[in-house]
Structures are given as C-alpha cells and as structure tokens.
Design a protein around this ligand. Structure first.
Ligand code: SAM
Length: 294
C-alpha cells in the first residue's frame, strides 16, 4: 500500500493551513498536534483492530484521524467547525473508511448517528484529542449516550486527567473520578508537553485510557440517586460527610435520623470526609439510603 506523508508533521500542517487560509479559533479549543510520534502512540494505546468502530471528536485537519484510518477500522469523526469539513474532504479522501459529520458533539445523538454510519459489529472505541473547553461534558455525554463503548483513549488537560484517574484519599479525587470510574477502569497512559501543539496551549496534556468494566464496580439500585449523593459529598471538600449531606438533604430531624441510621448501618463514620470514601462505599450508602424510609 502507498505510504502517505503524515499530516501532523509541522511542515505539512503549516502547508495545509496555508492552502486553506485557516486561522485557529481559540473558542473552539483548536490546538492541533504536530508530533507524528505522539499520534502513533495514541493510536497504539487504543489497540485498534480492523473490525473496530471508532469514534473521534474534533478531527481538526485529520492529524489523528489518519492514524485511526490506517488501522482499517471504520472511523466516524464529529467536527463542529464547518471550515474544516472541506479540509478533511481533501486530507481524508484516500481513506474510504472515514466519515466526517459536521455536528457539535454535545448536541449530536451519537447513538443514532453511530448506528446509521457503522456497518461492522466490532468493538466500539473512542479515540480523540478533545477540545479542552468542554472535556468533562464530552466525557459525560459519551458515557451517558447509551452506546456500548469498549474503551476510550483521550487526550485532555493534565489536571482533568488527574481528576478522572484519581484514587480515594487524594486531592484530585471527587465526583468526576467516581462518575467515570463507575463505568470504566481508568489509567494515565502518558503526558504530552504543550510544545507538541500549534498553537501551544497554556497547560500540559495527558492521554488517559478508559476500559469498560466487565461488571459494575458496585451494584447500585438507583444510579441517579448514587450520582446525586456523590456530588453532595464533595460540595465543600473541607467539610465532613455529615456536614455536606445535611447541607444538601436537609437539617430537619427526620432527614438527620434517615442519614444517621443509614451511615450507621453501613458502618461509615459521618465525621469522615467525602474524599476518603471508595466508590463501593458510596454505592453501599446510596443503596441503604434508598432502602430506608425518610
Ligand atoms: N484532532 C486534531 C488534532 O489532534 O490535532 C484537533 C484537536 S483540537 C484539540 C479539537 C478539535 O475539536 C478542533 O478541531 C475543534 O474544531 C473541534 N471541536 C471543538 N468543539 C467541538 C464540538 N462541540 N463538537 C465537535 N468538535 C468540536
């Protein structure tokens, strides 16, 4: 097969941007990668197979997209910026396995689009260099999309990557760590310096890998309530679990008895801080609160 020159070399990127008179929009988080090795490593971390269905968010000029396409899997890329569609039409023209959709990922019904576009029945994988201004909403949108996502290899600002992969008892651990790790096993793959982008962002980035759990980390009877509880426990990080829970659920006698007995029944000290509770402990507490009468 013909080997094409990588899009993401600094010189080729410059050439493409010049050819189309493209100017970056900061408001769309447009920081393009110009390090072919990093892109190769991202694609390698995703362990792609020919039968995979791959979703990318924000293909830009196709720097990562071409590495995904070379895996021979089917690639579906969502790009909000209309100006990039004609660029991608050109740069991706040699890859028949790539479909670009000009939509805002947060407004897209990803499940319906994916079902329309993909032909194979293989694993569904997300691989992307995310627009940083909406990293968390995109992650939640995908996790809640109802799609059976097998794994995600995504680049984001290092600080958010730390929060997503954090363990209980650490500063970075919070409701975001729990929301993601409830569904997926999370690990940090590698760090990317800001010098690998044009234009350079203000912060360093990291690639994380999320892999779907075979079984949920904890069986919860009411997911919405479980997420509400975890959020309430971190409302004021310096406060105890008791103070956060009573601030959120109420300080009346009936609510206090309801909270106190559930904590007591599952053996969680109300004086602990939310950040010391494991996901399993939050799950058990949520189930107990739901089971008890308020
Ligand atoms: N994948 C390219 C790369 O690695 O060089 C570009 C990554 S750049 C960090 C983020 C991309 O996401 C940009 O192309 C931007 O236009 C696009 N984008 C921003 N907001 C978006 C949204 N809401 N939906 C889809 N794409 C979006």
């Amino acid at each position: 097969m013909t080997e094409y020159k990588d899009i993401a070399t600094p010189s080729r990127t410059k050439e493409i941007l010049k050819q189309y008179g493209f100017s970056f929009k900061k408001s769309l988080g447009q920081n393009f990668l110009t390090e072919p090795n990093i892109l190769r490593n991202i694609a390698a971390a995703a362990e792609l197979e020919e039968t995979d269905r791959i979703i990318e968010i924000g293909p830009g000029i196709g720097a990562l997209t071409e590495h995904l396409a070379r895996s021979k899997g089917e690639v579906l890329a969502f790009e909000i910026d209309q100006r990039l569609i004609e660029v991608l039409d050109d740069t991706m023209s040699i890859y028949p396995n790539v479909t670009v959709v000009n939509e805002d990922i947060l407004k897209a019904d990803v499940k319906t689009v994916a079902n329309d576009i993909f032909e194979s029945e293989g694993d569904l994988k997300v691989v992307a260099n995310l627009p940083y201004y909406i990293t968390t909403p995109i992650m939640m949108h995908l996790l809640m999309s109802g799609l059976d996502i097998q794994s995600m290899v995504v680049m984001m600002q290092k600080e958010v990557a730390d929060r997503i992969t954090a363990e209980p008892g650490t500063k970075a651990y919070g409701s975001l760590s729990i929301a993601v790790q409830y569904y997926m096993e999370a690990s940090l793959a590698f760090i990317v310096p800001k010098t690998a982008f044009v234009p350079q962002p203000n912060v360093d980035s990291a690639i994380i890998k999320l892999t779907k759990r075979d079984r949920p980390i904890v069986e919860v009877t009411d997911e919405a309530f479980f997420f509400k509880l975890t959020k309430s426990a971190f409302m004021q990080r310096r406060k105890t679990l008791w103070n956060n829970l009573t601030s959120f659920f109420g300080k009346d006698e009936a609510t206090k008895i309801w909270l106190e007995s559930a904590l007591n029944e599952v053996g969680i000290d109300p004086k602990r801080r939310g950040e010391t509770l494991s996901i399993q402990e939050f799950g058990v507490l949520a189930n107990q609160l739901k089971a008890n009468k308020r």
